[in-house]
Design a protein around this ligand. Structure first.
Ligand SMILES: *[C@@H]1O[C@H](CO)[C@@H](O)[C@H](O)[C@H]1NC(C)=O
Ligand SMILES: *[C@@H]1O[C@H](CO)[C@@H](O)[C@H](O)[C@H]1NC(C)=O
Ligand SMILES: *[C@@H]1O[C@H](CO)[C@@H](O)[C@H](O)[C@H]1NC(C)=O
Ligand SMILES: *[C@@H]1O[C@H](CO)[C@@H](O)[C@H](O)[C@H]1NC(C)=O
Length: 371
């Protein structure tokens, strides 16, 4: 995260510095669509049957890549395919699908998410299964050491490989290796607290809470939007925030910081802000049956080096945070919580999350082991 966003900042120095907060374009999308919940389909690139494999694809892309950069350019190894759509946001020129000058890392990604959900809502199958955000300087590389592969045979294109990983594990959020966690996890997959924003794939059900990015503290630091993702992942999806070591991310732009931005790495700021969202009176029941206060997840340091956990496939984990859960665990008068409730109530988001389901299933967070 640090490296990536620093790099991005360097790039931004060439253009515009001002950071503006974006107001989500609250264009109501009225179409009502019906589709079954959680259509899990097999990737055309995979011929072997594994857990989570299931019937036919609907023939529409399961993956949408949301790229942001100064200007559109090819990304090595990444091409649109029948199963993969790519949307570009550019901030220096109009070569992308969306032009958003003065966007921040998070507000740009949220604008891309908006576009992708618009497209998803026009489909009749729930839309993409994964929303993959990447920075335009991403170099995704294959790990050659088969000890770090989760299957005997893997596609040679690293993006196809990562997509196969997403289909096999169906993580809430999946991410490739990055320089700071290559040694940390010995097995092909694992969980790790800190993961870089350079390339993250989000299951569509995570837009019940974790997406859109929380850009409230962008004026203090662009790192904080990813901190919220990291913390929410560990708090709600501990075994399903999965590091895939068969591929790793590099970026060619280099770390640079000379004060052009406020770029605090003091994650106590984001933690202390996030604490104000919670209802400290209420407990919640976790996936393993414990009754806890979610504020307990903030007890020790704001950025853990690592926390225990084992990566797991999705199985029947429910990723959709319910309205009932949100209004119990959080202060529903808080503007940040209000914004999430509003987002969830948009017809297009509601359709992506629940389709024609009448009732929201209960949500039990898989909380990282508390100290
Ligand atoms: C972007 O920010 C610059 C500097 O504050 C400002 O002059 C410009 O009008 C902004 N551009 C847009 C499109 O908002
Ligand atoms: C928690 O309980 C106190 C005392 O009853 C009350 O004043 C406060 O508003 C409650 N907090 C929330 C978020 O409802
Ligand atoms: C992870 O798996 C190992 C080996 O099965 C086990 O010993 C350990 O307790 C697990 N950790 C957690 C947090 O579940
Ligand atoms: C809940 O949020 C509102 C709005 O930010 C705030 O005024 C209120 O004090 C909060 N309640 C508690 C108990 O934190």
């Amino acid at each position: 995260m640090i490296r990536t966003q620093m790099a991005k900042k360097k790039c931004f120095r060439l253009s515009l510095f001002a950071v503006v907060s974006v107001i989500l374009l609250l264009v109501p999308y009225m179409a009502r669509l019906d589709f079954p919940d959680t259509v899990i389909t097999r990737s055309p690139i995979s011929s072997s049957r594994v857990e989570n494999d299931s019937p036919e694809t609907t023939g529409q892309p399961q993956f949408v890549y949301l790229v942001q950069g100064a200007s559109r350019h090819p990304i090595p190894g990444l091409k649109a395919t029948p199963n993969r759509e790519i949307i570009w946001l550019t901030y220096r020129d109009k070569t992308g699908d969306i032009y958003f000058p003065n966007s921040t890392h998070a507000t740009g990604r949220n604008r891309l998410l908006w576009e992708a959900t618009e497209r998803a809502s026009k489909r009749n199958d729930g839309g993409y299964l994964y929303y993959l955000f990447l920075d335009d300087d991403l170099l995704l590389t294959n790990e050659k050491d088969k000890k770090r592969w989760w299957r005997k045979n893997l596609p040679s294109n690293p993006f196809e490989r990562f997509e196969l990983f997403l289909l096999d594990f169906q993580p809430a959020v999946g991410f490739p290796g990055y320089f700071f966690h290559l040694p940390a996890v010995p097995s092909p997959v694992g969980v790790t607290y800190n993961f870089d924003a350079i390339f993250n794939g989000f299951h569509r059900h995570t837009m019940s809470f974790m997406l859109p990015y929380i850009s409230d503290l962008d004026h203090t630091s662009w790192f904080f939007a990813q901190w919220f993702v990291i913390h929410i992942s560990a708090m709600f999806y501990n075994s399903n925030r999965v590091l895939c070591k068969a591929v790793y991310a590099k970026n060619k732009r280099h770390h640079s910081s000379n004060g052009a931005y406020t770029d605090s790495n003091d994650f106590r700021i984001s933690r202390d802000y996030f604490r104000t969202w919670f209802n400290k009176n209420n407990t919640v029941k976790t996936a393993n049956g414990e009754i806890i206060y979610l504020l307990q997840t903030f007890k020790t340091q704001a950025m853990y080096l690592d926390i225990p956990g084992n990566a797991s496939r999705k199985h029947n984990m429910e990723y959709r945070v319910s309205t009932k859960f949100i209004t119990t665990a959080f202060n529903k008068s808080h503007p940040g919580v209000q914004r999430i409730l509003h987002w969830r109530s948009l017809p297009k988001v509601r359709n992506i999350l629940y389709g024609s389901e009448k009732d929201e299933p209960d949500f039990f967070p898989d909380v990282f082991p508390l100290h």
